[in-house]
Each structure stands twice: as structure tokens, then as C-alpha cells.
Design a binder for this molecule. Structure first.
Ligand code: BG6
Ligand code: MG
Length: 219
């Protein structure tokens, strides 16, 4: 069956907000004296906010934290993150990304966002991509985060498409795992190309134009 819909992850695929996640988590981690570096940050790709906090707290040696204290830490990080996101502008979306979205729509594909982030709509607004997608499935409409397929299955449902006709574009291994678990095609970009589990591997987003519906390939 032919692909009729493309579901895009947001962070690391359409915009590069990972650096802001890093800076915000780093500030919070420094405040509570927890070691945190870019390598640990890479493990947070595609992972929900609270699950990310648990990964960061693997290096915490203080008194046990209650759920309320953890919620407070996550909220603090999100406050720092939102301050950084507020500086994002339309120029933070590359011409290559804008061209690809336009071209896929012209080619008749339905397009959606499938992101674990609860800040998705805020980011899309900041960079002028609101109104571009046929559907948005994000951290506000899911219970289970990637590698669970929920966020992508919801996106397919919003698009009124079948999972087997959707292609997911992801930069995280957990996102590729989620696409596979949901019975969808997948295209890996960036770090995710190393996992060897996707149908396609691409170097830049515009590689999608023309390869959908062709033989699967990974270089
Ligand atoms: C994903 C990011 O898109 O969103 C993760 O890759 C992040 O790193 C997750 O933890 C949740 O984001 P937010 O904005 O809801 O804290
Ligand atoms: Mg991502």
C-alpha cells in the first residue's frame, strides 16, 4: 500500500531546540548539584519531560525526592526552556525544511506533527509553522511517550489515515522504535540513522521528496 501521510517529529527534525533543552536541564542540574553533560542530553531525545528528569537524576545522590519535588524540578526546567524558546524566530526553520513541507503538500501528502513535547504549539507559533500541518499530535494528547507508538497512532487518526500508509520522520532511536511498533514506515535523520532500524535514511529533509514510494534505502 502506498504512503499517503508523513508524520514529522519536531525537535531535531524540523527545528533544533535540543540545544535549548540542554541549556535548561543543565541550569536545573547545576542548581541541585547533579552532573549533566551533552552525552546524557543525547539520551533524552524523544523522551518525555518526566522520563528525562529520571535519567538526569541517575546522578543524584541527595535525599530521596518526592513526586511533588520532581514535578517542581521539571516545572523549573520548563520555565528556563520556555525563556529560551521565546527567542526562536521564523529564521530558525531552514529553507530546506520549508521547501520539503511545501513540496510534500503539493505532491498530495497529508502532513502531521508527532512530538512528545508539550511545547509543540508554542514552538510552531514562534517559528511561523502554525497552520502548516494537517494535524498535530503532541505531548498534550498522549499518556505514553516514545518508544510507545501512541503519539504517531493519534496523528494517523487525526489525519484519518491508516498506520500502514504513514511514514514517520525521526532523529531519535526511540522515535524509530515507536514508528515500527505502530506499523508505520520510518525515515531516520541525524543520530537515528545509526540505529539501523528505519526503512529510509536521509541526510537532509528534502531527500524525502522523490524517495517516498520508491524502494527503501539506507546508505
Ligand atoms: C521531545 C524531545 O521532542 O520532547 C525531548 O526530544 C523532550 O528531549 C520531550 O524531553 C518533551 O518536551 P517538553 O517540551 O514537553 O518538555
Ligand atoms: Mg527529535
Amino acid at each position: 500500500m502506498k504512503i499517503d501521510s508523513v508524520i514529522f517529529d519536531l525537535d531535531g527534525v524540523l527545528v533544533f531546540s535540543d540545544k535549548y533543552h540542554y541549556l535548561a536541564w543543565k541550569k536545573m542540574a547545576d542548581e541541585i548539584g547533579v552532573y549533566f553533560d551533552e552525552e546524557i542530553n543525547n539520551r533524552l531525545r524523544g523522551v518525555s519531560r518526566m522520563a528525562s528528569l529520571e535519567i538526569i537524576l541517575e546522578n543524584y545522590n541527595g535525599a530521596p525526592l518526592s513526586d511533588v519535588q520532581k514535578e517542581e524540578l521539571a516545572a523549573k526546567k520548563n520555565g528556563y526552556y520556555r525563556e529560551l524558546l521565546a527567542n526562536m524566530q521564523p529564521k530558525d526553520v531552514s529553507d530546506n525544511v520549508r521547501y520539503t513541507l511545501d513540496q510534500l503538500k503539493k505532491d498530495g501528502y497529508k502532513i502531521a506533527i508527532g512530538s512528545s513535547s508539550k511545547n509543540t504549539k508554542f514552538i510552531l507559533e514562534r517559528v511561523g509553522l502554525n497552520g502548516v500541518f494537517d494535524a498535530i499530535s503532541d505531548g498534550t494528547n498522549i499518556v505514553n511517550s516514545k518508544p510507545d507508538p501512541e503519539v504517531f497512532l493519534k496523528a494517523a487518526g487525526f489525519l484519518e489515515s491508516e498506520p500502514g500508509r504513514c511514514l514517520v520522520v525521526e532523529d531519535s532511536e526511540s522515535g524509530i522504535d515507536a514508528a515500527v511498533a505502530g506499523g508505520m514506515f520510518s525515515a531516520a535523520i541525524g543520530d537515528a540513522t545509526k540505529c539501523g532500524k528505519s526503512d529510509y535514511c536521509i541526510n537532509r529533509l528534502s531527500d524525502l521528496v522523490g524517495i517516498l514510494g520508491t524502494d527503501k534505502y539506507c546508505s
